[in-house]
Design a binder for this molecule. Structure first.
Ligand code: FEO
Length: 407
């Protein structure tokens, strides 16, 4: 296979792979993705940063060799840097070391070393140097600075800064799942890219928000933030202009939300749906943005994306056998997993339901939402089909929820 490496700066190349037809990753829907790896040529050492996912070695291998051809240098990798051990970035690490240079130096965080062995069971014979914040590597006229970044995305995650050029190899952080023929932020509509980055953050990084805040503070306090001219993540486009994504990470990680309410519902005979639509009208009557999801058709990953920057949610499910309609359950588990509370945002919730007789959905949803960190401010439990009086009540409850987030 032939594949060209993409030059990012003098002696710095993208040598990753494009997974055009990947449609799910980590349990959520994506429009394709990339697994980015990078090659850095120093005067004395050539460094390969990160690796790629299963089925992708040929494309990766072709690109790595092409980078050497473009540089006009004899093929030789001197150093492997592994920023994170998850399989999408490490599947071929051992094979690559064995084929490219078994005597190369290898650098990773202490947790990464442990996690590699626990996943592949074939790393224990290698001498891997444990590094973290404060450690540096001189590769000849160029310096790699290692920066520990736990929980962005796993406890083993690390950033590597190419100091002279200000290129931050950030692994999962600042990534997006997109599959584009070009490599940089400027090749995409920024709003689209930031929306994909929001989906990525909401579903993968939200849990690590407290660590993100500490990391951004640390980069700011040490002045390193001013040295970063380009952010090269391990998924999606490379940020030649890092300012928009750093600003968004700062907002998402600290619970900055819009005047926006995400309405989520499921329905059996359209009664709960009627309530959802009416509540949305009430919210909109107060000039507040609505994102609407119907869980028969929509995925929990998209719901999570919109909840990230919503100040409140309205959640509805009919009662079935004294419990919420089960199809709402997948989304509820996702909500509980991502832990929005960690961002610092306080999110209100309105719960609504249509029941046939005894009910039960509202109490269960309230219990689960409160456990997930939401403040349930109001409920609406309706007998069978809502009449005009109940619809008016639903409208007013939507409007009241909207007013509550504007105060
Ligand atoms: Fe893209 Fe945590 O792996």
């Amino acid at each position: 296979m032939k594949a060209k490496a993409v030059k990012m700066a003098d002696g710095v190349y993208w040598v990753g792979v494009i997974h055009w037809h990947s449609r799910t990753f980590h349990g959520y829907g994506i429009p394709g993705t990339t697994y980015n790896a990078y090659l850095v040529f120093g005067e004395e050492k050539t460094v390969l940063i990160d690796n790629v996912y299963r089925g992708m070695f040929e494309q990766f291998d072709a690109r790595v060799h092409d980078a050497f051809e473009q540089e006009g240098k004899e093929f030789k990798i001197d150093v492997f840097v592994q920023n994170h051990s998850e399989m999408d970035h490490s599947t071929f690490l051992r094979q690559t070391i064995d084929e490219y240079n078994p005597d190369a130096e290898i650098y990773a965080s202490a947790n990464c070393i442990k996690f590699l062995e626990a996943q592949y069971h074939n790393f224990s014979d290698l001498e891997i140097n444990a590094v973290g914040t404060g450690d540096e590597l001189d590769i000849g006229g160029r310096t790699l600075k290692f920066i520990s970044a736990p929980m962005l995305h796993w406890p083993d995650s690390m950033f590597t800064l190419l100091a002279e050029e200000g290129i931050l190899f950030s692994n999962d952080a600042f990534g997006q799942h997109v599959a584009h023929s070009k490599r940089f932020d400027e090749d995409y509509d920024t709003a689209y890219l930031l929306r994909e980055a929001q989906k990525y953050y909401a579903n993968l990084v939200t849990l690590g928000s407290p660590m993100l805040r500490m990391k951004l503070d640390e980069l700011t306090n040490t002045g390193l933030i001013n040295d970063i001219k380009m952010i090269a993540p391990c998924h999606g486009q490379i940020w030649k202009n890092p300012a928009p994504i750093v600003e968004k990470y700062s907002e998402w990680g600290s619970g900055v939300c819009k005047d926006k309410i995400t309405v989520i519902y499921d329905t059996m005979h359209h009664s709960t749906e009627k309530l959802a639509y009416q509540i949305a009208e009430g919210i909109m009557s107060e000039g507040v943005e609505v994102a609407m999801y119907f869980m028969q058709e929509d995925g929990p990953d998209d719901v999570i994306t919109d909840i990230l920057d919503s100040k409140a949610i309205a959640l509805g499910a009919p009662t079935m056998m004294n419990k919420p309609f089960p199809r709402i359950g997948n989304m509820m588990y996702w909500l509980d997993c991502v832990n929005f509370k960690g961002t610092g945002s306080e999110k209100n919730a309105l719960i609504f339901s249509s029941k046939g007789w005894g009910g039960g959905a509202v109490a269960k949803l309230q219990n689960d939402l409160e456990a997930a960190g939401f403040t349930v401010t109001d409920t609406l439990d309706v007998l069978f089909v809502p009449d005009e009086d109940v619809m008016a009540e639903a409208f007013e409850k939507g409007a009241e929820l909207a007013r509550s987030i504007k105060e």
